[in-house]
Design a protein around this ligand. Structure first.
Ligand SMILES: [Zn+2]
Length: 143
């Protein structure tokens, strides 16, 4: 068996093996916050299960949310991995401090530069972001 692919690549209306759209969904089994649906391919006869996770609870009559997933701190620890996330808002905030003008698209490009060029020794911090903003604007001026 090969490594699982990213879920975003999954076409929910096609067989994951032969890509035929001639597929049939079976019963759904539910266990608290998970659900599984068996699906089979009528072309190659492959059978698989789509796995669903509970994402909310709503009133049956009004459809109004009773429980929903609240946005959490961007910094997370999950499955033994910490993620410290920097966003467009952080870059835009630093640009204001530096008294330079950039838009969201610039901030995204700057973030992408930070991601590509960051090194583990320095990490990502406000000084690094400032440097990237300055370098980005310098390169933009040149071109
Ligand atoms: Zn198939």
């Amino acid at each position: 068996m090969t490594e699982p692919k990213d879920l975003s690549e999954y076409n929910t209306s096609a067989c994951p093996k032969c890509e035929s759209e001639n597929i049939t969904g079976g019963n759904v089994d539910i266990d608290a916050t998970y659900a599984w649906q068996s699906v089979w391919c009528n072309e190659c006869h492959y059978e698989w299960r789509d796995v669903f996770k509970l994402c909310g609870v709503e009133d049956a009559e009004t459809g109004k949310a009773i429980f929903e997933k609240k946005p959490v701190n961007r910094d997370t620890i999950e499955d033994g991995v910490i993620s410290i996330k920097w966003g467009v808002d952080d870059v835009l905030g630093r640009a204001i401090e530096l008294k330079v003008e950039i838009d969201e698209s610039d901030a995204e490009k700057i973030l992408s530069n930070i991601l590509r060029r960051h090194d583990a020794e320095t990490g990502v911090n406000w000084d690094v972001i400032d440097c990237h903003i300055i370098m980005y604007l310098r390169d933009k001026e040149k071109s």
